[in-house]
Design a protein around this ligand. Structure first.
Ligand SMILES: Cc1cc2nc3c(=O)[nH]c(=O)nc-3n(C[C@H](O)[C@H](O)[C@H](O)COP(=O)(O)OP(=O)(O)OC[C@H]3O[C@@H](n4cnc5c(N)ncnc54)[C@H](O)[C@@H]3O)c2cc1C
Length: 286
């Protein structure tokens, strides 16, 4: 690594209160979970700070609690744990699917959902899933705890509505109704181990008589932040039998994809429309 490790200091608190006190005072350490993003930055010499706060011993950040109405994941839950968790696979299949597509097994064993959220890459694979499921993030500092709606979390490119002295403790997802239709798809340059060109999660549910009641469409890698395609959602709900077509047309009002080294704007827009078509087929078959 280009940053000399010997010059770095790592704090290893065993209690959450100690971790929060360290973040609240003086030279603030950088939180470190699995290190799969941080070590890349250290290697590239782009990570600022020489003090790190290892979160791996904090019991408060571990474990999944699956209740009847919501599933709460500690921020330190790895993608390996998520993809193999029975209740998540059954009740939040899009999250299990996204977890199974993060990097390779080695990365999945270390990478945490809290790190994916805090790293705030627009290409983070779990983020559209958390958006479509209307997740809530619990954060804490020595000043207390508060909840942030996932919808309000990203305020700009890699900018979060979380203060520098706050840690993410957990993320909660309401359990969708049993007849809800989930859909997840990551599109990259190859079938596995690629960074997303477009990542998409949808969740729809019907009311009595089979009428669509709720439609959530969330995209990653299409804008500086992950985002809900709200114009497309409304068009789908109002469009009756031709709702999917109306949603595809409305999509250009929601998305302003970027050109970058991975893809150009026109390709991303076309892929996003194709993903709506795929989801419409899945929905029609249920
Ligand atoms: C080879 C490789 C392949 C990858 N493939 C994918 C992929 O396919 N999809 C994908 O989405 N990502 C991928 N990543 C990126 C990375 O693995 C994920 O973003 C991962 O979820 C980061 O989690 P971590 O625990 O390793 O975070 P860390 O690297 O430890 O931390 C990342 C950031 O989050 C902050 N942080 C961590 N935990 C907390 C917390 N509880 N509270 C506040 N801040 C916190 C850290 O300070 C840091 O800024 C890949 C990385 C590598 C090296």
């Amino acid at each position: 690594v280009r940053s000399a490790l010997s010059t770095l200091e790592v704090l290893r608190p065993r209690r959450l209160s100690e971790a929060l006190a360290a973040l609240g005072a003086g030279e603030r350490p950088v939180p470190m979970a699995g290190g799969t993003d941080l070590f890349v930055y250290l290697n590239a010499g782009t990570q600022s700070g020489a003090r790190f706060l290892d979160l791996s011993l904090l019991a408060e950040l571990r474990g999944v609690r699956a209740g009847a109405r919501e599933i709460v994941l500690g921020a330190g839950t790895t993608f390996w744990e998520i993809r193999n968790h029975e209740a998540i696979r059954r009740r939040l299949p899009s999250l299990a699917q996204a977890a199974a597509e993060v990097g390779a097994w080695q990365i999945q064993h270390r990478a945490t959902i809290g790190g994916n959220i805090a790293n705030a890459s627009p290409a983070g694979d779990s983020l559209p899933v958390l958006l479509a499921h209307e997740a809530t993030v619990l954060v804490a500092s020595s000043r207390g705890e508060r909840r942030v709606r996932f919808d309000d979390l990203y305020t700009g490119y890699r900018r979060l509505a979380i203060e520098a002295d706050e840690l993410i403790l957990s993320v909660s997802l309401p359990v969708p109704p049993s007849d809800a239709v989930p859909f997840f798809r990551k599109v990259g340059t190859r079938r596995a181990q690629s960074i997303s060109k477009v990542v998409f999660c949808a969740l729809a549910s019907r009311g009595r008589g089979g009428k669509l009641e709720s439609m959530r469409l969330a995209f990653g890698s299409m804008a500086p932040t992950p985002l809900r395609a709200r114009a497309a959602e409304a068009a789908w709900l109002e469009g009756g039998r031709s709702g999917a077509e109306a949603a595809r047309e409305a999509l250009s009002r929601d998305l302003a994809p970027i050109d970058d080294i991975r893809s150009d704007r026109a390709y991303r827009q076309q892929v996003a429309e194709n993903l709506l078509t795929q989801f419409a087929r899945v929905l029609a078959a249920r």
